[in-house]
Design a protein around this ligand. Sequence first.
Ligand SMILES: C[S@@+](CC[C@H](N)C(=O)[O-])C[C@H]1O[C@@H](n2cnc3c(N)ncnc32)[C@H](O)[C@@H]1O
Length: 263
Amino acid sequence: MFRDESSCNTYNYGDALYWDARYIQEADCGSFDWYQRYSALRPFIRKYISPTSTVLMVGCGNAVISEDMVKDGFEDIINIDISFVAIEMMKKKHEHVPQLKYMKMDVKDMSFFPDDSFDSVIDKDAPLSASQMLGEVSRLLKPGGVYMLITYGDPTVRMPHINKPVYNWEIELYIIRIRLDVLESAAFDYLLFARPGFQKRDESVSFDSYLEPVPTTDKGLLHPDYVMEDPESHFIYVCKKIDHSTDLSNKSTNHLTDDTMQR
Ligand SMILES: C[S@@+](CC[C@H](N)C(=O)[O-])C[C@H]1O[C@@H](n2cnc3c(N)ncnc32)[C@H](O)[C@@H]1O
């Protein structure tokens, strides 16, 4: 069990039985996307991830995002989740969609896949199993590949886990404000309005996002004078695995240019 920073409740989020029971209980409610839906994430996903690339969706649950990505042209998405119930449900739903594959797998052990298997990994907040999962994600990413984490967890909570040299990636941070008229899901509304102290505001306000990365400190934190306009914001961490071969070829090109200039 661990504490979920976003809602200040305690759940056994890493427990397969918890999720199986939950997916059985909510089977009649249909699919549900936690956090953001593809429509909101599309600008970020299309910026960093090519539709022809190989995508791993970790902790996919019964979210619609992968299905929406296929409608948007994505060709190869492997979805994994620890919940057998969710995976069987999604396999059945998408049995005629060759672009989508579903496998029951624990994010802490993805040894089924060899190193450098994926161009990108998308994580709409599979539980923070920290180092074990992040080590696996880094191993699975091709050089130049991208791990995109979408979460409520702000940099003070997340950066100490993801901003480690051992993962060999560079991180860019985006902040998306939640705006109410795109929250189509009643369940999502429930999550928001059930929060103590949450006030429903101007309903005409719609989803807003910043398409530029937020400047951060050396440690990846927000600058002390940064003002969060909306405490209900979501964070997108884009972790780009460093491609040393590109670094080297750039360096040799630069040297060549320098040499040429000196002659
Ligand atoms: C908060 S839900 C998010 C579901 C989906 N990503 C979305 O955005 O709607 C977390 C998901 O992570 C899955 N999960 C929990 N622990 C896991 C683990 N160790 N390995 C793989 N999936 C896990 C749960 O079964 C659940 O479907």
